[in-house]
Design a protein around this ligand. Structure first.
Ligand code: ADP
Length: 571
């Protein structure tokens, strides 16, 4: 147990004064990851995990769910032999590949806790998270050894490094002395592992959020939360997967568990296609075509890049065929309407927006399309982040702490609770007061909610721009600017303004020359006049965070646009 964990917020258990007037008589079988693994071993054993090995040749590795779970059992046996037991932390530093999925089920199934290291964190932060988690073992892709080896001297708790190679490949020269070979360990073990009878409240996995300020924060998922989330997301109106789907998981397994894809797929039985380290648009588009992918997930920036590539190649000698793709679950940041429209019109792909965060799992809202609605209403809904998913409750709280009506008009910070929402941060009781509010998690996202649970996020609380006492949504402004055909990417930040308090500054990365005047004219009919930025800065590309979102912290540090806004700005 982490020394600090005992003393953490009661929200993590939340039992309080619950009434048990007459106990029900159904079986108290715990909801654990082992239950999902069991379904993969039996009913869904034919599901396939396909990993892209080489985008040039299209070479892949393939295994059935049955084989993956058998190898997960071997891994659990190997870890037990190394002395790992329930509650111990095991880290993975790996891309989306078959072995990472095996590591998921092996580690969590045996009752240990999988810390999925965010390989895009800065080296010092990476080391900090391993020490904070007190990881005893690190399982690392051979291709990522160059990230791990330099920080090894800083790691105070790691006893074993296990290197993942494709079967038959030799241990790479970069491996540290004493490193163990994943394949050799598995080969020496029997496939069966008696998954222990765990309490469903046991921790299963640990993700650290990128931490835009301060140290990263640990989100410690329980078995129960993982199973409940996966079950909820199997719904037709949620991820909408069927056994016949071939789902490409582009969100990293180290980021909010790839939006829960291994678990949802394990329950549904669809095939799972994994890109390995190959996230370039040509590799992704090629994989969709080659593997006849029907469903995918990912952040809008990636899908923007894929769209550009596929449209560029449409008239060439090597067009890319996306015709098998029917749905993309898109989120992590607001999904521009024009992106959804283009996927819809050009490829017949239903791009569905979802909202969530590491602390609440992704998919807390999902915005399924309703083509039966009048066009206006339909697109107004699709622009929203989506409808609240089962098992979540939200409320809106004004900046002064007053609870707001959920009428689709009142704006406030969205607070959320439910069995799939974290009740505390791992080993960080000090953060309780600022992030938790009377049993609710403060999401830091600002927006509206209507009576039917449609959530519309206008900004992150820290990104909203307050001009002349009124709020400008940087997110809406970005989406409107990006609708201009010359603009590839746009990101809007607040800059101080003597007269109005703050004014928007738009950073633009453009495909063809365009002047600020043209952008202003373009925005005239699209947003309120006083929203239109008078400050523009043109840059090569908008900097992105480790998860592919626009990095406003870096933009703010660039120091553009400090001139005062003209008096008529908000007249
Ligand atoms: P990080 O904090 O590292 O970016 P998360 O993936 O947990 O990691 O980020 C969650 C945040 O991403 C949310 O609080 C929200 O601000 C933003 N977000 C996620 N999905 C959407 C969406 N569809 N629209 C707008 N913002 C989104």
């Amino acid at each position: 147990m982490h020394p600090d964990q005992e003393a953490q917020a009661p929200g993590a258990s939340g039992e309080g004064d619950r009434v048990l007037a007459m106990p029900g008589l159904f079986m108290d079988v715990p909801l654990t990851v082992g239950l999902i693994a069991e379904r993969m071993r039996t009913v869904n054993r034919g599901g396939r995990v396909v990993t892209l090995l080489d985008p040039e040749t299209g070479a892949t590795s393939e295994a059935t769910y049955g084989e993956v779970v058998a190898r997960a059992g071997r891994l659990a046996n190997a870890l037990a032999r190394l002395g790992v037991g329930p509650g111990d932390r095991v880290a993975s530093l790996a891309w989306n590949n078959r072995q990472h999925v095996e590591t998921y089920f092996g580690v969590m199934g045996m009752g240990a806790v999988l810390h999925t290291m965010n390989l895009r964190l800065h080296a010092d932060q990476l080391a900090w998270t391993v020490n904070h988690a007190a990881d005893r073992v690190v399982i690392v892709d051979a291709s990522l050894l160059d990230l791990l080896v330099p920080v090894l001297p800083q790691l105070t708790t790691v006893e074993h490094v296990i290197v993942v190679n494709e079967p038959g490949e030799a241990m790479p020269g970069a491996a540290p002395a004493g490193a163990l070979d994943f394949e050799a360990l598995l080969a020496a073990e029997a496939p069966g592992f008696a998954w222990p009878d765990l309490d469903e409240r046991s921790a299963a996995s640990l993700c650290y959020t990128s931490g835009t300020t301060g140290d990263p924060k640990g989100v410690l998922y329980s078995h129960r939360a993982i199973v409940l989330h996966a079950l909820a997301m199997t719904g037709t109106d949620q991820y909408g997967l069927t056994r016949d789907d071939r789902a490409l998981a582009l969100v990293p397994l180290f980021h909010a568990m790839a939006w829960g894809m291994p678990f949802v797929s394990g329950l549904v039985g669809n095939d799972l296609v994994l890109p390995g380290p190959h996230l370039r648009p040509d590799a992704v588009a090629g994989l969709i075509e080659q593997e006849r992918v029907t469903w995918s997930s990912g952040v809008p920036t990636l899908w923007t890049d894929v769209l550009r590539l596929v449209t560029q190649r449409a008239a060439s000698e090597s067009p890319i065929d996306l015709s098998t793709l029917r749905m993309v679950l898109c989120g992590g940041t607001a999904v521009p309407e024009h992106l959804m429209r283009q996927y819809d019109e050009l490829f017949g792909v239903d791009m569905v927006q979802g909202w969530g965060m590491t602390e609440i799992f992704p998919g807390a809202t999902v915005g399924r399309d309703d083509p039966g609605l009048p066009d206006d209403e339909r697109w107004s809904r699709r622009r929203a982040q989506g409808r609240l998913s089962p098992l979540y409750e939200v409320r809106l709280v004004d900046f002064d702490g007053t609870v707001q009506p959920m009428d689709g008009v009142a704006v406030g910070e969205i607070e959320i609770r439910g069995p799939v929402v974290t009740g505390a941060y791992f080993g960080d009781p000090a953060d309780g007061p600022s992030k938790f509010d009377d049993g609710w998690l403060r999401t830091g996202d600002v927006g509206t909610v209507d009576e039917e649970g449609w959530v519309r996020i206008t900004d992150r609380a820290k990104d909203a721009i307050k001009s002349g006492g009124e709020w400008i949504s940087s997110q809406d402004l970005e989406n409107e600017i990006m609708a201009h055909p010359a603009v590839r990417e746009a990101s809007v930040v607040a800059i101080p303004d003597e007269r109005w308090g703050e004014r928007p500054l738009a950073y633009l990365a453009v495909d063809s020359p365009v002047s600020p005047e043209e952008i202003r004219a373009f925005l005239t009919d699209r947003v309120a006049k006083w929203w239109i930025p008078e400050h523009y800065a043109f840059i090569e590309a908008i900097p992105r965070t480790s998860t592919g979102k626009f990095d406003k912290k870096v933009l703010r540090g660039l120091g553009h646009g400090t001139g005062a806004a003209p008096a008529e700005a908000q007249a």
